[in-house]
Write a protein that binds this ligand. Structure first.
Ligand code: NAP
Length: 269
């Protein structure tokens, strides 16, 4: 039996145990996944935690995604490019960091919309935006990132995108897909009203992605045509299943996880 976990602080609201344990159940393994609260001043003892919990691998969430890199032996190239790790594989004493937010997002996007070269507009320039940007850059897309303050771009380790202010968006050339990576919409706010962006930037062909998964369809996504939008749930599930593949070499049961997740949120959005 393998033991896996997510570490973060606070950690009580994480959906990762539900997702991973649904997958383990579907795969018929006795593996277990739990949430471990690791306060920031305890992260330095991560190797003790791995030993005492018997972890074969673990996920990393807020606020440890950047700081964990100091305690790892290796970090893969994409995680290094965005300066954040969300998945660690444990091979004896050797710890290797990965970022499956990048691969999980890209799998979700390409499976939903198909792969082709696109002009992408990312709204927001925080941690999730860095993963989404890396994904689209790896996909060969042309990426523009819009932030409310230019200082946000100082946190990026690569410069392979166009950096603009959100207030510049109305003056930009059209985009094929618009991605919301800000939390605006979680409380049913209308992103276009809140950020004073005219929704005329959307045509009936424009794709829309919101990383938010609750509510299931934000006001932002309501502006996009049927079949042209995706919420954050497929990314959440794919990043988890990509971590499972890193740990075990096997493919996760995405359909089973989807069913479990939908039953869990039923009626809540
Ligand atoms: P973060 O690092 O705090 O970044 C948030 C970004 O949004 C920052 O650039 C922030 O700008 C910007 N922002 C916040 N409020 C804004 C406003 N009113 N107008 C304009 N910009 C605003 O957070 P994160 O980790 O990237 O997460 C962002 C969202 O993605 C959250 O809703 C999170 O739940 C979601 N997410 C989903 C998944 C998934 O698997 N579906 C994965 C990761 C994250 P400032 O820096 O100027 O404040």
């Amino acid at each position: 039996m393998g033991r896996y976990a997510v570490i973060g602080y606070p950690i009580s609201h994480t959906l990762s145990p539900l997702i991973h344990n649904a997958n383990f159940e579907a795969k018929g393994t006795a593996d277990q996944y739990s949430a471990i609260a690791v306060p920031p001043d305890q992260l330095m003892h991560i190797r003790d935690t791995i030993r005492s919990e018997g972890l074969a691998g673990f996920n990393v969430t807020i606020p440890h995604k950047e700081k964990i890199m100091e305690y790892l032996d290796h970090v893969d190239a994409d995680a290094m490019k965005i300066g954040a790790v969300n998945t660690v594989s444990v091979d004896g004493d050797v710890l290797t960091g990965h970022n499956t937010d990048i691969t999980g997002y890209l799998d979700a996007f390409n499976q939903t919309f198909g792969r082709q070269h696109r002009r992408i507009l990312i709204i927001g320039a925080g941690g999730a935006a860095k993963a989404v940007h890396r994904a689209h850059a790896n996909n060969g897309d042309t990426v523009t990132i819009a932030a409310r303050r230019m200082e946000s771009f100082q946190q990026f380790r690569t410069v392979d995108f166009k950096a603009v202010l959100i207030s510049d968006i109305p003056d930009l050339d059209p985009h094929d897909a618009i991605i919301n990576t800000t939390p605006v919409g979680m409380k049913h706010e209308d992103l276009f009203e809140e950020m004073e962006i005219p929704h005329s930037i959307i045509t009936e062909d424009t794709l829309g992605v919101d990383l938010i998964y609750q509510p299931e369809r934000t006001k932002f996504l309501e502006y996009f045509a049927e079949g042209h939008y995706m919420n954050g749930m497929p990314m959440l599930i794919h990043q988890a299943m990509d971590a499972y593949t890193i740990w075990t070499g096997e493919q996760g049961d995405i359909a089973a996880v989807n069913r479990k997740y939908k039953a869990h949120i039923g009626g809540k959005s």
